[in-house]
Design a protein around this ligand. Sequence first.
Ligand SMILES: Cc1ncc(COP(=O)(O)O)c(C=O)c1O
Length: 368
Amino acid sequence: MSPVEDYFVPWIKGVPMYISPHIELAWRNPNMARMMSNENPLPPPESVIKTIEKYARVANRYMDQGLIVRSKIAELNGLPGPENVLLGNGSSEIFDMIFRAFVAPGEEIIQQTPCFGIYKLRCTVVGGKLVSTSMVYKDKQILFDADAILNAITPKTKVIVVAHPNNPTGNFMDEKDILRIAETGIPFVIDEAYIEYSGINLERSMVKLVKDYKNVIISRTLSKAYGLAGLRFGYALGDRDVIMQIAATLIPWNVSTIAMWAALAALEDREALRERVEFNRREIEFYKQALADIPGLVVYDSYGNYMLFDGTDTGKPGKDMIKYAEQNGIILRGQEDIFGRNGWWRVTIGTHEENEKLVRLAHEFYAQ
Ligand SMILES: Cc1ncc(COP(=O)(O)O)c(C=O)c1O
């Protein structure tokens, strides 16, 4: 008799459950500032809370397939209708569904690093092979390298994924490069988790490509600008036939009734979204000004709700800054050494008071 371990599919053997130690730390220490997971520091608007309360009262019932919220999403994005929209339990589940639909064990997914970690995790679960290409570092800027992505394509490439804007670098890939990748015909996921921060009317979105490129799929989330990370609501946009085929992977009732209706309320509350986006922009400008006078610290502008800093030229490693902030009640996020530099650290925009405190701590730390 074989031990039960031998029955696991080989690609998940030994893969641990995903745990976010910094989020665990934050929930254990509610007094610490949560400036590490690109959450929205503002609580959900009243319109959403009221809807959550209303639908909590019918939580004994199964939901329908979300036609109303999917129609609203289609309308906001200039797409024909609900069949262009697939709902996920957060956009993390959207990547999972897309990879299940396109990638068989041993086939390849191309990403560009540094980037969000979920692509790797969900690639592992389907037995895919992750091909990481690197952004380029030039004149202190971190730039997308579409050629590196195009050169990495093989007959086994089944998905290419690019975040737009990217986490953690905060910048966009040029539209002409996005088009070069779209032209390959390979399923191309453009992760627009933060797109509303660059304009609530979605001016920078690549959703317009969906009409001409059946292989382009846009993923979105309400976890960021809409401020509903704990509610879990994400979606994919694309050609109707493609979306409906990916929908074969959908776990029935994957998005709760409460989340669907709360999402609709959030999507309809344009004022609440505007407030959050404007607040975020003001705070990013505040950081840029307040940290400009630290010699050797490079501050990266951002189209998201997070910023990247490089203190390598100050002579201080980024991990020491993160430790210093943590000792003083702020949880930040690290960035592993890249481009031969070790001064990186990242912040999620917090409340104004939290941002002021972090600016003070950064001045103290780099003056020591
Ligand atoms: C680039 C990017 N995409 C997607 C997500 C996933 O968000 P969610 O699963 O909450 O929708 C995140 C979260 O940090 C992210 O940074």
